[in-house]
Write a protein that binds this ligand. Structure first.
Ligand SMILES: [Zn+2]
Length: 310
């Protein structure tokens, strides 16, 4: 398979980011194009590595996971105002388009990972999206949509979702709560949003201030056991960088080097077990956009290193 694709596959669509966007919003809508420009500008990636998701993903991908009234309410712009407030974004047709494209990007990354072993989406990680409501800047759950897509198309039977964003993957956990074919693992800080947690297959609730050594030791203790229990055909990895000490929302204390070690460990361990992995960027909150792009680039640097080692 490697001969068919000599470069690490990356997934990106120019419409992941759009303007205008409120300058003071905590969620930086430009971060996707900023990440793209950072990866290409610094030589971390080349444009030959980029794959674009389809422009018009079918509604069935989404209604396989989400309640139809909620999904079409969002796409039609008829969700009640409180539902949009809970999401934290103002509705627009551009928001609908980029949200659907971002999910299609994770679907494509999952397909490419199954073909080539590893693939990375320059977006995704919308893990607070539940079956029939969105929250915490997430609307449609790309991880859940992708897991269902690979199952429904017969590409994979069992999926493991490794969610290392600082916030619990409550939407993903609730969607798959009674589904033994999708295993959900969430490392998070209990003091962070959401304040009412869902139950993942395994939740690792870390205390505020947890730093590199303690975090990495816990991960090295947990991940190999989870791989054995979950027996996945595919791993979806949410590499949220809001675990950074300097993140404006997260309460954990990882350094950028610690995040690199985390990402490299997850990818190396899964690949050593012969498992395909698709990565998504997850959360990251920082007023300095260059700094945020370079932090989201960490998982791409780690993936490139693991890819080159084969
Ligand atoms: Zn987060």
């Amino acid at each position: 398979m490697r001969a068919l694709c000599s470069r690490l596959p990356l997934v990106y669509h120019a419409k992941y980011s759009f303007e205008p966007w409120p300058a003071a919003h905590r969620f930086r809508m430009s971060k996707f194009v900023d990440l793209h420009d950072h990866l290409l500008g610094r030589g971390i990636a080349t444009k030959e590595q980029l794959h674009a998701p389809i422009d018009d993903p079918p509604d069935e991908w989404f209604t396989a996971v989400h309640d139809a009234d909620y999904y079409f309410g969002f796409t039609d712009g008829t969700l009640p105002a409180p539902a949009m407030r809970r999401i934290g974004f103002e509705w627009s047709a551009q928001l609908v388009e980029r949200t659907r494209l971002e999910c299609a990007g994770t679907v494509l990354a999952a397909r490419l990972a199954l073909e080539h072993g590893l693939a990375c989406n320059l977006g995704g990680g919308t893990h607070h999206a539940h079956r029939d409501f969105g929250s915490g800047f997430t609307i449609l759950n790309d991880l859940a949509v992708s897991a269902r897509y690979v199952q429904n198309t017969g590409l994979a039977a069992r999926v493991l979702i490794v969610d290392l964003d600082v916030h619990q993957g409550d939407g993903t956990a609730s969607i798959f709560a009674s589904d033994p074919t999708v295993y959900t693992l969430s490392f998070h800080c209990g003091k962070n949003f959401p304040f009412r947690k869902s139950r993942s297959d395994l939740d690792i609730d870390l205390p505020p201030g947890t730093s590199d050594d303690a975090y990495l030791a816990r991960l090295a203790d947990v991940l190999p056991r989870v791989l054995q229990v979950a027996e996945p055909d595919l791993v979806l990895y949410d590499a949220g960088v809001d675990v950074a000490a300097v993140d404006t929302l997260g309460y954990l204390d990882l350094s950028d080097d610690g995040i690199y070690q985390r990402d490299e460990y997850v990818l190396r361990t899964c690949r050593a077990a012969g498992l395909p992995v698709a990565t998504v960027i997850g959360g990251g909150y920082c007023t300095d956009l260059d700094e945020l792009a370079s932090r989201h680039a960490i998982v791409f640097r780690a993936a490139q290193a693991v890819w080159e080692r084969g």
